[in-house]
Design a binder for this molecule. Structure first.
Ligand SMILES: C[S@@+](CC[C@H](N)C(=O)[O-])C[C@H]1O[C@@H](n2cnc3c(N)ncnc32)[C@H](O)[C@@H]1O
Ligand SMILES: [Zn+2]
Length: 1003
């Protein structure tokens, strides 16, 4: 796998917005599309250098990737840009296939070699399969689909030649656009005539005939639908399950409906005018939709997008007629973007009793370009505000973790008292500002009397669905009295949502009852979900970017004390029209291909769902223990979707809330508050699901996994092995944004690992000692390889687990010399140790540094009994204990001793670790302390003097520490330095180049 290239595009994927799957509807823990596309593709094609690779497939690679254009574009690197030595990649079929998946552009290759960065968009070559811009590229997709077809067919029919298969592919593939054109060019195809039905059947038959000859791919944990979306894009029969009805609706909206219904339509003038009247004609005349009218016919490029827009705007207009007066425009007719509210509590000092807004800080805008804040004016026990430009250093927040500091009398009202007030009398709130759009961007003012006087009528049918209050990790608001979903909204917000839904239903009543109408209303419901998300009283105003932020940033519902209430009828960010834009863009972007996925809203693991060995591959991304409470938090959307789509999809919305019991997670509160019971449930469920998959899949099961703990891996591997599968390969990939600036609070890079599994062949019994030998070898070469690719720390160690388990999985049972079975837990511990050992071998430097790393690996930072000699003999370095003590690397207290932290080691000494001749561990500790103190100048100086090159040994020591230190300050420092390592080195290089001799890091 070209893991560097996939990582680069996946990191970029996180910042892509326009038309991206993540913008249709919020879902948790989405996988980046480039990883999904690459893994699906790679799971379906053989390695051309493998001796069992069918000839026809090798020939296909030759023809498609090594002739004409392919010759140029998929040529392997002359010099791999991310290795330090000159490294020519052999021009063979395997490497060409990798370059097809992803290849760095010429420009990026040059920059990498020169140590310069390249804008994310220009990193990958324009011909890479996984590049964002290529998701609808007919040339590239055709190559990918044909390669997959060849792999699948040549495996089934080893005697077929490339020519035969190529001709077959051509015929089946070309039949689809032909049938599409016949149907989509037909005038007034919205009227169900026999002719229309015939052409629809023909098209479906053409698609089926092609896909029957393509492999099938299944994702049992489909979530937001990224994996099925990519499997379908590659032409496969694509299936996905999710137990969660909200996920199910999102999946269909993402990977089924646009591909089926987002197609062109031609209306006669009469029909068009009958259907859409004046508003429709006006919409058709506006340029941006690409609609043409030739005097007789309207040509609409995307029927679904047009209808969603048309009907959403209708609903919105009707809603505005009813409730628009609650959002008055100013005297110039401008509509505000948002109203800013603060919840208030009463000061508990009986002599005061001021009603105090619970503000934690006072900025409305706080960036280097613009600062605006609330300036309080206090008269007795009355608090007013004015809005001022500039800095407000002098003001301390009045709310510290819910404790109220009264600005009128100075007394403290405890958080418990504030909670008691909220629960007893409800939560009072006060509008304190209005946000509007001006020629200078967002502007802020005090509310007008008219705005303050708006009286919201009583709201009927307020949702009273209960939150998962027992889940106090993800639900923070119940303690404050917000414990059902209706409470997450102010009255005006509720009235808006309920009116939208009323209008939604009155419109729905006018639709015919057919599949297309269901699809249409699904998007209208998704749009209303988006509006609900931007209209809660638990959102935040991001004062750095000056925009609205929904409450779910941390996969949880946090309490907020001040919030912006978006005006749905403005045309700015967060408005209903803006929400609609996102939905339309997604539909338009994903309507191009004819291949859609099929989804089941079911708990996976049903042995009967697919026939035995009928699936070619499974590609999936399972949940992990209690990391995300999918069902609990998605009830937020379920509440609204049940109201909009409950009658449209009655089976999916038959339960009062999202189904919880069968979810494959380990949440205590769903299991009698027992952690053991919850864990057992998760592990059993995962094994049951893998077991069914093993029965149903013939080729390959690829599992993406983003967790680093041994426990996570033990569970995953146990489930895989218990389901009779074996791991045959594993690949780490970066998927998170790294910290690109040189900020000294650096966030660490995060990677996920994909493991490939196959039904296992077990050889019988084995002795652990022999197996250990194999594991050590494998892990060592893997460590070297991945280290060379830039993987570090814990990411690097976990990436080796897959290799270790693959050795282990060859046997029915592995036993120790005493005849005891070896568990996966023991195995992984051994793998981790082997990986660390392999890294340690590369730990450079004098015995003291080696000792430090070795001890850390064996004993961690905890206390050890002094005479536990064993502990350091295993480290295998020859140093005097007394020397270590006087060097303050080992701290001894009585009979106990522990390894020194950076702070303990350096103490008040100011020179240790600053010279190239000092112990390497001292140098590294010095860098850590400089980082911790925010002393960027010193840090840069250390990097320049000690380790300006990426292969300098200090970096290796840092990597080692990163993989072994326990949570804490030292680890934070190491992570922070590593996250900005490239930047630090670059800065040194720039400084050296720009100001020869006199180094100035711009203090
Ligand atoms: C890590 S997420 C998948 C995210 C997805 N790959 C994406 O990119 O959006 C795991 C999913 O598994 C689903 N899930 C949990 N238990 C399940 C079960 N028993 N059967 C089917 N799906 C389940 C959850 O609802 C969640 O959507
Ligand atoms: Zn007071």
């Amino acid at each position: 796998m070209p893991i560097k290239e996939i990582s680069a595009e996946s990191v970029r994927d996180k910042s892509i917005r326009h038309g991206h799957i993540s913008t249709l509807h919020l879902w948790w823990a989405r996988r980046p599309l480039p990883v999904c596309r690459a893994i699906v593709f790679a799971s379906l094609v053989p390695d051309p250098l493998d001796e069992n690779c069918p000839e026809a497939f090798k020939y296909a690679v030759e023809m498609l990737l090594n002739t004409e254009l392919g010759k140029l574009h998929y040529k392997p690197y002359k010099d791999i840009p991310y290795t330090s030595i000159v490294d020519e990649m052999e021009d063979n079929h395997r490497n060409r296939l990798m370059m097809f998946i992803g290849k760095f552009s010429e420009k990026c290759q040059d920059n990498m070699k020169a140590g310069k960065s390249t804008p994310p968009k220009e990193q990958l070559d324009d011909w890479s399969l996984i590049k964002w811009e290529n998701k609808n590229n007919p040339k590239i997709l055709r190559i990918a689909r044909e390669l997959i077809f060849m792999a699948y067919q040549s495996d089934k029919r080893p005697d077929a030649t490339w020519e035969e298969l190529h001709a077959e592919f051509d015929k089946l593939y070309a039949a689809i656009p032909k049938a599409e054109n016949a149907l989509y060019e037909l005038k007034d195809r919205h009227i169900e005539t026999d002719k229309v039905k015939q052409l629809e059947t023909d098209l479906q038959a053409a698609i089926d005939a092609f896909q029957k000859e393509m492999p099938s791919v299944f994702d049992p944990f489909a979530g937001g639908g990224a994996i099925p979306l990519e499997a379908a894009r590659l032409g496969c029969r694509s299936y996905g399950n999710d137990i969660n009805p909200v996920a199910h609706i999102i999946e269909r909206g993402s990977a089924e409906f646009p591909q089926k219904y987002g197609k062109p339509i031609v209306y006669s003038k009469e029909e068009f005018e009958k259907l859409y009247c004046e508003e429709g004609i006006k919409m058709a005349q506006e340029d941006e939709r690409g609609i043409t009218f030739d005097g007789k016919y309207y040509h609409i490029p995307n029927r679904l997008a047009f209808d969603v827009e048309f009907y959403a705007k209708k609903i919105l207009a009707e809603t505005e007629k009813e409730v628009g007066y609650l959002y008055p425009a100013d005297e110039k007719g401008n509509k505000p973007i948002a109203y800013y509210w603060a919840r208030t509590a009463k000061c508990s000092n009986p002599a005061c009793g001021a009603e105090v807004p619970l503000l934690k800080q006072f900025y409305l805008a706080n960036s280097s370009k613009k600062r605006v804040y609330f300036n309080p004016i206090i008269k007795g026990t009355t608090i007013f505000f004015e809005i001022r430009d500039g800095k407000c250093d002098h003001l301390q927040g009045w709310n510290n973790r819910g404790n109220l500091f009264c600005p009128c009398c100075g007394s403290l009202t405890s958080v418990n008292e504030v909670k008691r007030q909220f629960k007893k009398t409800g939560i009072p709130q006060r509008m304190i500002a209005v946000i509007y759009e001006s020629k200078d961007g967002k502007s802020y003012r005090i509310p007008t009397q008219q705005e303050l006087d708006v009286k919201v009528p009583n709201v009927e049918n307020k949702p009273s669905d209960r939150m998962a209050v027992e889940n106090n990790r993800n639900f923070n608001t119940p303690g404050w009295g917000i414990d059902n979903y209706g409470d997450m909204f102010s009255n005006r917000q509720l009235l808006l949502l309920i009116t939208l839904i009323k209008q939604f239903h009155s419109l729905r009543g006018t639709f015919e009852e057919n599949e297309y109408a269901k699809v249409l209303v699904t998007y209208l419901a998704i749009w209303i979900d988006r509006i609900a998300l931007t209209n809660t009283s638990l959102g935040r105003w991001d004062n750095t970017c000056q925009k609205y932020q929904h409450p779910f940033n941390r996969q949880a519902i946090p309490m907020t004390f001040d919030y912006p209430e978006i005006n749905p009828f403005s045309s700015s960010t967060g408005s209903a029209n803006n929400m609609l834009e996102w939905v339309l863009r997604y539909i338009e972007d994903e309507s191009v291909t004819p291949f859609s996925s099929s989804f089941a809203n079911a708990s996976s693991g049903e042995r009967g769902q697919f026939d035995i060995k009928s699936l070619t591959a499974v590609v999936t991304d399972p949940p992990y223990y209690d990391a995300i409470a999918y069902a609990d938090i998605s009830d937020f959307f379920y509440v609204w979707l049940k109201r909009t789509l409950g009658e449209v999809f009655p089976l999916n919305f038959s339960t009062p809330q999202t189904p919880k019991a069968e979810e494959c997670t380990a949440l205590k509160h769903h299991h009698h508050d027992s952690e053991n019971e919850a864990n057992a449930h998760f592990e059993n469920k995962l094994t049951q699901i893998f077991d069914a998959i093993e029965r149903q899949t013939s080729d390959m099961v690829s599992i993406m996994f983003a967790h680093q703990s041994t426990k996570a891996w033990t569970t995953l591997c146990n489930s895989i092995l218990d389901a009779r599968m074996n791991i045959t390969g594993s690949w780490p990939m970066d998927t998170e944004l790294t910290n690109r600036s040189i900020s000294l609070s650096g966030a660490a890079l995060e990677s996920s690992v994909t493991v490939a599994c196959r039904p296992s062949e077990r050889k019988g019994y084995a002795d652990f000692d022999e197996v250990k030998h194999d594991i050590r070898q494998l892990v060592k070469s893997e460590v070297e390889k991945l280290y060379g690719l830039g993987f570090r720390g814990a990411d690097l160690l976990t990436a080796c687990f897959g290799q270790a388990v693959s050795v282990f999985g060859h046997y029915k049972l592995v036993e120790t010399a005493e005849g005891d079975p070896v568990s996966v837990g023991q195995l992984l511990e051994f793998a981790r140790e082997s990986a660390a050992q392999a890294l340690l071998e590369g730990v450079p430097g004098e015995p003291q540094t080696k000792f430090y790393c070795g001890w850390l690996q064996m004993n961690g930072m905890g206390e050890c009994a002094f005479d536990d000699v064993n502990k350091y003999t295993r480290v295998g370095v020859n140093v005097e204990i007394r020397q270590l003590q006087s060097d303050r690397l080992l701290i001894t207290e009585g009979s106990q001793q522990h390894l020194a932290t950076a702070e303990e080691h350096l103490g008040s000494n100011e020179t240790w670790g600053t010279q190239a001749t000092d112990y390497m561990i001292s140098q590294v500790h010095r860098m850590m302390m400089a980082y911790r103190m925010g002393n960027q100048v010193q840090l840069l100086k250390l990097v320049r003097d000690l380790c300006p090159q990426s292969d300098a040994p200090q970096w290796r020591v840092l990597d080692f520490l990163g993989g072994h230190l326990p949570e804490g300050k030292d680890l934070n420092d190491v992570k922070g330095i590593l996250a900005s390592a490239e930047m630090l080195r670059q800065k040194c290089k720039d400084a050296i180049q720009h100001q020869e001799g006199s180094l100035d890091f711009g203090e």
